[in-house]
Ligand binder design. Sequence first.
Ligand code: HEC
Length: 224
Amino acid sequence: MSDTSHSQEVDPETGEKLRDHEFDGIREYDNPMPAWWKRSFWATFWFSVLYIGYFHARSGRDVIDEYDADMQIFYEKQTAELLALGEVDEAMLATFLKNKGAMAEAKDTWSKTCVTCHRADGGGDIGPNLTDSHWLGKNSLMDIYVTIRDGRNKMPPWGKKLRPDVVMKMAAYVGALRETHVAGGKAPEGKPLPPAPLPDTRAGAAKDTKAAGDAPAAPESDKK
Ligand code: HEC
């Protein structure tokens, strides 16, 4: 800033140091920014350079990367849990019927995802009544599971949007709606079927399902 080697001009009235230029008779005081201010300015400046270099230009992990890494760990854990459950079959799906946590999660998903077409109580609206004895497909838990997973006609394929274990839980949830014959339900569609028998549940499967529902963040909303 100012050269201190020669004695600086001073405003005779205020005693303030003056800078050595003049414009239309106007002089400027020589009041540099305080040192602490300049130091913090340069500190933030260099911080931003490092920040951009690390997080944007190079391979540094930003928040999204951290999230993806967490989700990766979660999905691996979930996959291991699903593999531990084994192949999806009637007995395995029936196990969810006895798992309170799984059914509560299914109820939550039902109220967010299925009510628009099947009504809160399953009585049907755009989609068929799921509480009567008539079925467009079949009424075993496995058939219901496949319909929910792959969709059919105007029924969307939920296997593309919901986590695999949630699709299984939804099959159990619909399984519990069967034959409840709610009041004011939609007229029967499809063919009448005898109630599907409940198989023996598979021991061990129920307890394994707990952790699969504990996502770090809601991956269900991760819709494509
Ligand atoms: C966009 C509307 C819509 C939504 C949302 C929807 N469904 Fe459906 N669903 C339908 C329609 C329409 C059918 C009839 C499909 C057919 O023609 O075979 C159906 C059929 C079904 C069936 C088979 C019924 C039978 O008689 O065979 C099941 C089970 C079912 N839905 C469960 C679900 C579940 C569980 C959800 C939520 C995850 C869901 N649906 C969300 C429209 C919907």
